[in-house]
Design a protein around this ligand. Structure first.
Ligand code: PHE
Length: 355
């Protein structure tokens, strides 16, 4: 883990081992130049604690760029709870409660909300120990699951990408392959169907697969076959790292635009997509809807209609990035990174000057 931390350009890593449940807890704080480190808490089982820490670091970096992209005054951070393979569900409440108290002990250096593997009711348990928690259930004063709002932003981003690639934002008849029908994928599927798209989906959870098949009558694609499935738009809405040297050559889509965090395994994969003339919507730009929703409604006092309008503006941000990329002859990944990094750098220089 030493080299991992040494080679990272973030600010700090905090860790704790929860003996009772055998869980490694990591908080990665990438940058506080724009504000207090804020990001989701992910709960899942990783091959090794090192993989969990690496994921936290990369996701924290993504959060820095996400806040910069939407110009919200927050910094990039992420927490990962790496539960053991044989995690006993009865341990969940205790673990989350201890995690909440730990966050309080850290004097609020990191504020959090739901992410892959955690729900609004989990947030309510964390909140018993620590105030800085977004996305608690509505009956407990929160705004609940941000998934549908992330999906709304992703949908707007898919439209922007179609307009760019096909010179038409009419979604009717566009084929979309959605990977993961969870808290973002499922509401996205609904929006796509309403717009007249032909939707196919994939998922790993057999109960969820049956449900989506029965409720919506969609075609299911086996998880291994997702990458080679011909479609206009591939929308990754599950885990990260799925765009890599192995999967990119298989792709038979024109556009990759989905809600998952950290879709690219590495920076070079953004370039590889560009080389293949596949239009890629940078994840931290297109999936910022959930972050916009939670912060604007719970922290900034916006009403839902202002929030929705702001989320739909993701369409404009993406168009700007695509235009910038074309003008400079660079990939959309590089263009988005330039934009986000320049905002972080500007803020850092400003605070430096003020001190
Ligand atoms: N985890 C979501 C994201 O990656 C939502 C979230 C945003 C959670 C902000 C906490 C804080 O954007």
């Amino acid at each position: 883990m030493e080299t991992l931390i040494q080679s990272w350009d973030g600010e700090s890593v905090v860790s704790r081992f929860d003996r009772e449940s055998g869980t490694w807890m990591f908080i990665a704080i990438h940058s506080t130049a724009l504000g207090l480190a804020t990001g989701g808490t992910r709960l899942k089982s990783y091959p090794t604690p090192r993989d969990a820490l690496f994921d936290a670091m990369r996701l924290a970096e993504g959060m820095t760029y996400k806040w910069a992209g939407i110009e919200f005054p927050r910094g990039g951070g992420k927490a990962v709870l790496d539960i053991p393979d044989l995690f006993d569900p009865s341990q969940r409440e205790g673990l989350l409660s201890r995690y909440g108290h730990w966050l309080a002990d850290l004097h609020g250096i990191f504020e959090t909300g739901p992410d892959l593997g955690t729900t609004p009711s989990d947030m309510a348990i964390i909140r018993l120990g620590f105030d800085g928690v977004f996305g608690c259930p509505p009956d407990l004063g929160g705004m609940g699951d941000p998934g549908p709002y992330t999906a709304l932003g992703v949908f707007s981003g898919i439209r922007a990408s179609c307009e760019r690639y096909f010179s038409s934002s009419d979604m009717k008849g566009r084929s979309v392959m959605v990977q993961g029908a969870g808290s973002v994928g499922k509401p996205l599927i609904h929006l796509l169907l309403e717009a007249g798209c032909e939707v196919k989906f994939s998922d790993l959870d057999s109960a969820q697969i049956d449900k989506v098949r029965q409720e919506l009558g969609l075609t299911f694609v086996e998880p291994e076959a997702v990458y080679g499935e011909p479609c206009d738009v591939f929308a990754p809405c599950a885990t990260g790292g799925i765009l890599n040297a192995k999967t990119i050559p298989q792709l038979k889509c024109s556009i990759v635009a989905g809600g998952a965090n950290n879709q690219l395994e590495g920076h070079q994969d953004g370039e590889a997509l560009h080389q293949r003339d596949i239009l890629y919507a940078p994840d931290y730009i297109i999936n910022a809807g959930g972050a916009i929703f939670l912060l604007s409604t719970e922290n900034m006092g916006w009403d839902i209609s202002k929030t929705r309008d702001r989320i739909i503006e993701i369409e404009d941000t993406l168009k700007e990035i695509y235009t910038h990329a074309e003008q400079r002859g660079i990939s959309s990944t590089a263009a988005a990174e330039e934009l986000a990094k320049s905002r972080v750098k500007e803020a850092a220089m400003k605070t430096h000057a003020e001190n």
